[in-house]
Design a protein around this ligand. Structure first.
Ligand code: MN
Length: 233
């Protein structure tokens, strides 16, 4: 007997895969906090703490096809919507307690993503010691471009990461500046959660986070992965 559901079954969010007709189904979206030292400092921290994590719902992902310009709505409740350009890692093989040396074998591929943040709400929650969900895990808070399979890109341990808004430079760094490398992040995460195929990891943003307003155009780049364009409606 097929299962009868009482309400419409939610759609599976999926991302395009570069050079393939197949799509990547999104399971969970893990995010790493303060993983570039200069960004940790601009947020008032030292950058010497252990990695820590938060999540976004899978359906907060806005898939942006290759060559297209994505669009997000300016979200409610905030007056300080920030951009955070990030390297996104797509997990192809699950596991728990994954060793750093084995971590790259669990990667399906990489993408460029934006961890959009309602900074004013996040700051309020931080001050009160409350969860960050309202600042981080809102609808359309994660525009992400196509996944480049690791088979095509090779393992990414360095490469320029940058973001402009309306053509003006905002964020620029290098993947090699990650405090916790992608392999270390996978190892840490997998001690706390069982990683599964379909999981995405947003690996943290470099310095230069700032606000966008309606009509702004964000252009993100990561060497080897191309670019991601998103406008704010
Ligand atoms: Mn982030």
């Amino acid at each position: 007997m097929p299962v009868a559901y009482a309400v419409p079954v939610p759609e599976i969010t999926s991302l395009p895969i570069a050079g393939s007709a197949e799509r990547f189904p999104v399971h969970r979206v893990y995010c790493v906090g303060r993983n570039y030292e200069a960004h940790a400092r601009e947020m008032g921290f030292t950058g010497r703490e252990p990695p820590f994590f938060f999540l976004k719902p899978a359906d907060a992902v806005v898939p942006v096809p290759a060559g297209a310009t994505g669009e997000i709505a300016y979200p409610p409740l905030t007056r300080d919507l920030h951009h955070e350009i990030e390297l996104v890692v797509a997990i192809g093989k699950g596991g728990r307690d994954i060793a750093v040396a084995d971590a790259s074998g669990h990667i399906y591929g990489y993408a460029i993503g934006l961890d959009m943040t309602r900074r004013d709400l996040q700051s309020d929650m931080k001050k009160q010691g409350r969860p960050w969900c309202i600042g981080k895990a809102f609808d359309q808070s994660a525009p992400i471009g196509p996944i480049t399979p690791i088979a095509a890109s090779g393992e990414l341990t360095r490469g320029r990461i940058a973001l402009t808004v309306n053509g003006q430079p905002r964020q620029a760094s290098d993947i090699s500046q990650l405090i916790w490398s992608v392999s270390e992040v996978i190892a840490h995460l997998s001690t706390a959660w069982d990683l599964a195929p379909g999981d995405l990891i947003m690996t943290g943003t470099p310095e230069g986070v700032a606000a966008v307003v309606r009509g702004d155009r964000m252009h993100g780049e990561i060497e080897e992965l191309g670019s991601l364009d998103v406008t704010v409606r």
